[in-house]
Design a protein around this ligand. Sequence first.
Ligand SMILES: Cc1cc2nc3c(=O)[nH]c(=O)nc-3n(C[C@H](O)[C@H](O)[C@H](O)COP(=O)(O)OP(=O)(O)OC[C@H]3O[C@@H](n4cnc5c(N)ncnc54)[C@H](O)[C@@H]3O)c2cc1C
Length: 441
Amino acid sequence: MTDTGSTQEQDPVEPVAAPAADTGDEVSDEAVVAPASTDIDPAAAAERAALLDGVWDVVVVGAGPAGSSAAYAAATRGRRVLLLDKAEHPRYKTCGGGIIGPSRDSLPADFKLPLQDRISAVTFALNGKWTRTRRSKRMLFGVVNRDEFDLRLVQAAEQAGAVLVTGVTATGVEQQGGDSRTVFVTLAGGGRVEARAVVGADGSASRIGRHVGVSFDQIDLGLEAEIPVPESVSREWAGRIHLDWGPLPGSYGWVFPKTDSGTLTVGVISARGDGERTKQYLADYIRRLGLSGFTPLVESGHLTRCRAEDSPLSRGRVLVAGDAAGLLEPWTREGISYALRSGRLAGEWAVQVAEANGAADVRRQALNYSFAIKAGLGVEMRAGKIMLASFEKRPQMFHAAVSLITPAWRAFARTTQGHTTFAQLMRDHRAARKLASVAGR
Ligand SMILES: Cc1cc2nc3c(=O)[nH]c(=O)nc-3n(C[C@H](O)[C@H](O)[C@H](O)COP(=O)(O)OP(=O)(O)OC[C@H]3O[C@@H](n4cnc5c(N)ncnc54)[C@H](O)[C@@H]3O)c2cc1C
């Protein structure tokens, strides 16, 4: 399946506090576009227009992990950087908030992770059965609440010199091509911003990605519930996550404890197209965990999209990063490290695009960005797709491996810690290649 993203995408809501789970199938992205500048007061509008004025070296659209990283990277190089977001931070984001080693290693210098918990144990289950807990002497990864984490990333970009403007929704890009030295980001409610380079980091329903022509070959629906629990329950979960290999092909569920705030994030993910069964899986999972007696604070859904291998990463003076580019680990659907890493590269190469000498040089710099992504994250994604294809066919083999075979558990643990990657495991270990190929038959 190839989805060019050019048609009206059916996309998710990002509720602040919604009672019912959204399957992500009924609500168009148009409905979640943030308050456009139509009903703001004229003085504020004039102030904002003045702020947006002039030619920026780099305009970054979207202030999630990818956009903040891009803005930070470009601003630390002394360039004039504008960071736009339709939302006001802190804002809710549907996400487990798992910060694996590669995410930690890609944060700005001196960044203080607002950790809710440090994970050192995993309880694995196969659709509720064959439960086994494995423990590590060392921390595996950390968990954060995305509103706090993303706010700190935005602040780091601002401290580096980027100018943040929120409540502004980008609708597209106008660029002439040829030797034109600038491009325009168009805004909802009229108005546009001029830049020498643009980074599109506006998430999985990206407007900028649509302009670039990003295409996807894997789309999944993630559903989550933020469940406040009493201290006695919270204590049971401290330092431990739960992973359940699910009943739908390629699906799994998770519990990530947000111990400091006394909540559990319980979620499931599965291929898009069967919203009702995905919703049922989440309900069953919550019930099996004994958590259905607690009322969720937030229930939400969001689509994740993985890029097709030949999908573009740039067009003219525009680069895309993070979810906007479809950069996401295909098996686990982990995306924060992909967003941080691609965002930083996009910020660095956007500076080169901004300073390029003529159209050929713009093309060269943009291609350099594409090469950097494909050589790193592209290789990782290819390995993740092999893992997913095998996991879809034989989840029981994956379960047996990680829960019973110590070297496989260690490989899993070392991957979350950032000491190795799925691609490296497949390169270096015949057993990993064999597991993937046997399971995939
Ligand atoms: C259910 C679920 C659980 C997940 N759990 C994890 C996990 O535990 N760990 C992990 O690593 N990954 C996880 N992910 C993936 C992760 O959330 C994303 O990959 C990550 O947020 C991507 O970051 P980003 O900066 O590219 O996009 P986002 O974080 O989506 O940020 C995009 C920003 O752009 C803004 N924006 C959007 N449109 C516009 C517009 N038109 N104009 C202006 N601004 C705009 C938005 O307001 C937002 O602030 C999960 C995903 C789902 C769906």
